[in-house]
Design a protein around this ligand. Structure first.
Ligand code: NDP
Length: 297
């Protein structure tokens, strides 16, 4: 069997197109232009690339970017003061603080200071609790992107045996809540799980999010299963000094057994930014008392 490739780039482009259309309608009919503030602290090169890509995507979607770059040595109070100003700014509908933050800053304190209505990353404890309670919430972008991708293969996820590898607050745990909301039967596994391989082989839908290059082998996969690879790992390339990006799944082995699979790069990654734009649009509508845009329903 050769798996169908789930083309995250194309699917994300479609979602971004829908968001862009909705933003144009919002501007035309209501005079509202959603704004997203992305806050970057320090000079982490990977974070700088992420932030640049996010800002470009925001502009392309017809939204306002409010980029904020603070020095590496900014105090926690200084960052909290900026968050308070962004919370109070009516033109800012979404706030995202790029993680990780430098050691002098308590990330959880900063996340908790963001107005939950503007928390487009879905990390605020209120949104975490709302998601777990099955109440409408802003939900983390990467897990939301995984759901969109899975639904391009399965019209309904109800009753599927889903296994999620990784229990982080940004991917694994929220993904479990989203899968439960879709009526999947969910198992979450982690570094202390015994016989990972056997558990994974039960999965109709396997999501790998552990940050371990190509750890999931072909033999871990149930024939015909859908495999979503969240991992982004930089490894040495074939030529000295060169590197390449691989996922958490050994792609060619897995593609020989799975029914559908996401590539890395070009799978989950592009969906994360598309879902950030969708969350910003949803947040802007909710803040103005407008109905939620009917995108991705
Ligand atoms: P974390 O390091 O926060 O969490 C990793 C999880 O994987 C932990 O729960 C850990 O278990 C588990 N794990 C680690 N090693 C093993 C193992 N050998 N066997 C089983 N479970 C294991 O990572 P993130 O959730 O932040 O990210 C996961 C991956 O996804 C990374 O590669 C990251 O780069 C990528 N990522 C991609 C995004 C995208 O847009 N495509 C966005 C976010 C992340 P335990 O809890 O027991 O330690």
């Amino acid at each position: 069997m050769t798996a169908r490739i789930i083309d995250g780039k194309t699917i994300a482009a479609g979602l971004r197109g829908n968001v862009t259309d909705a933003v144009h309608r919002l501007r035309r009919d209501r005079g509202l232009v959603p704004g997203l503030a992305v806050v970057l602290v320090g000079q982490n090169p990977a974070s700088e690339v992420y932030v640049r890509n996010k800002s470009k995507a925001v502009t392309e979607a017809g939204m306002y970017p409010f980029d904020q770059h603070l020095p590496e040595d900014v105090s926690e109070a200084g960052l909290l003061d900026l968050i308070a100003r962004l919370n109070a700014d009516e033109n800012v509908n979404g706030i995202l603080v790029q993680l990780p933050l430098p050691p002098q800053i308590d990330s959880q304190k900063v996340i908790s200071a963001i107005d939950p209505a503007k928390d487009v990353d879905g990390f605020h404890p209120l949104n975490v609790g709302r998601l777990a309670s099955g109440v409408a919430a802003l939900v983390p972008c990467t897990p939301l992107g995984c759901i969109f991708l899975a639904k391009t293969v399965h019209a309904s996820l109800a009753g599927l045996e889903a296994v999620v590898i990784g229990r982080s607050n940004i991917v694994g745990k929220p993904l479990v809540q989203l899968l439960l909301a879709e009526n999947a039967t969910v198992t979450i596994v982690h570094s202390k799980t015994r016989d990972l391989e056997t558990v994974c082989r039960r999965a109709d839908l396997l999501v790998a999010a552990m940050g371990r290059p190509e750890m999931v082998r072909g033999g871990w996969i149930k024939p015909g299963a859908t495999v979503i690879d969240v991992g982004i790992n930089r490894v040495a390339g074939q030529h000295a000094g060169k590197s390449r990006i691989v996922g958490d799944v050994a792609f060619s082995e897995a593609a020989a057994i799975a029914g559908a699979i996401t590539p890395v790069p070009g799978g989950v990654g592009p969906m994360t930014i598309a879902c950030l734009l969708l969350n910003t649009l949803r947040a802007a509508c909710a803040q103005k008392g407008l109905p939620a845009p009917q995108i991705g329903k």
